[in-house]
Design a binder for this molecule. Structure first.
Ligand SMILES: NC(=O)c1ccc[n+]([C@@H]2O[C@H](COP(=O)([O-])OP(=O)(O)OC[C@H]3O[C@@H](n4cnc5c(N)ncnc54)[C@H](OP(=O)(O)O)[C@@H]3O)[C@@H](O)[C@H]2O)c1
Length: 276
């Protein structure tokens, strides 16, 4: 997993838990830096828009939220050639975010829910299920991507606010039963999506995703591919709890100044296995 960017100042947050809730209390360790360092004040900086359709298939994507993930993921999708509509409870914020990323439009949360073949929930985790419940009627049949991280700081370190027995993605699916919920895009810091085609150590960024509807999974894989990344299918939505737990573990490790990705070498890298 790519390292997160360093902190962005006292008020901006920018952590994988979002700027609200846990975001205000989390700070990446100062030792974290590197080639992909992005220093931002306020919301993330996004590259100049140059729309490049990767495979010729344009998707309509509605985004619920106007913050960091809406800005950077939305910007990446615009650059990949997709039509994005940013929806927020604050129309002025939606307009500003849409303008920053060159989105096709902006509007209310309901407008964004109704716009997309794909709808991204880019709001605090504890808000997401109730939010999709409010627009459940228009989400029917659509692919709803959940990028949230339900993490809270505790005396024992970073923990899942869900208790780890369920996931926000499952709660969203229960709240909007006719929507096709997919868990994806929650493992990377939002700054990573400002990179034109994220690649690390010679390999395109891998994006794990899971869900139950085959069409929604295909659409998510196509979306990931259109950004120049590699989709990693992780099974059904029941496994979203593991994707969320992975984020909680990784963020906690980052906060302690270490690199979780170095804990996952490929088995083939070890020549001295008993079988060899
Ligand atoms: N930032 C990261 O690096 C990162 C990485 C991976 C996953 N995530 C996850 O992605 C999600 C969004 O993170 P973010 O960094 O984009 O957060 P953010 O910058 O704080 O933006 C949150 C957005 O949610 C909206 N919102 C908050 N409460 C709401 C409510 N009750 N109803 C409707 N909208 C509401 C906010 O609107 P207002 O402006 O009106 O308050 C804002 O537009 C979080 O769940 C986070 O865990 C973040």
């Amino acid at each position: 997993m790519p390292a997160p960017a360093p902190g962005r100042g006292p008020t901006s947050g920018g952590e994988l838990g979002g700027r609200q809730g846990v975001g205000a209390r989390l700070r990446p360790h100062p030792a974290l830096s590197g080639a992909h360092r992005v220093v931002c004040v306020g919301l993330p900086k996004v590259p100049v828009i140059t729309k490049v359709s990767q495979d010729g298939s344009t998707m309509r994507i509605g985004i619920l939220g106007t913050g960091g993930m809406a800005t950077t993921l939305g910007g990446a999708w615009v650059r990949a050639g997709h039509d994005v509509l940013v929806g927020g409870r604050d129309r002025a914020a939606a307009q500003a975010t849409a303008g920053r990323i060159g989105a096709a439009g902006h509007g209310t949360l309901a407008d964004a829910a109704a716009y997309g073949d794909v709808v991204l929930a880019a709001v605090p985790a504890d808000v997401a299920p109730e939010l999709v419940k409010g627009v459940a009627d228009v989400l029917g049949g659509r692919t709803v991507i959940d990028c949230t991280n339900p993490v809270v700081p505790t005396d024992d370190g970073l923990m899942l606010s869900t208790g780890g027995t369920t996931s926000i993605a499952l709660r969203m699916a229960e709240a909007a039963p006719d929507a096709h919920v997919v868990k994806a895009f929650n493992l990377c810091h939002d700054s990573i999506w400002t990179l034109p085609r994220p690649a690390f150590e010679g390999a395109p960024l891998a994006v794990p995703y899971c869900g139950d509807d085959p069409g929604a999974l295909d659409r998510t894989a196509a979306l990931i591919t259109s950004m120049g990344c590699t989709p990693i299918p992780c099974g059904g939505l029941a496994r979203a709890v593991y994707v969320e737990a992975t984020a909680a573990l990784a963020i906690g490790i980052w906060m302690n100044g270490a690199e979780p990705r170095f804990a996952f070498p490929v088995p083939m890298a070890a020549p001295g296995t008993p079988a060899s």
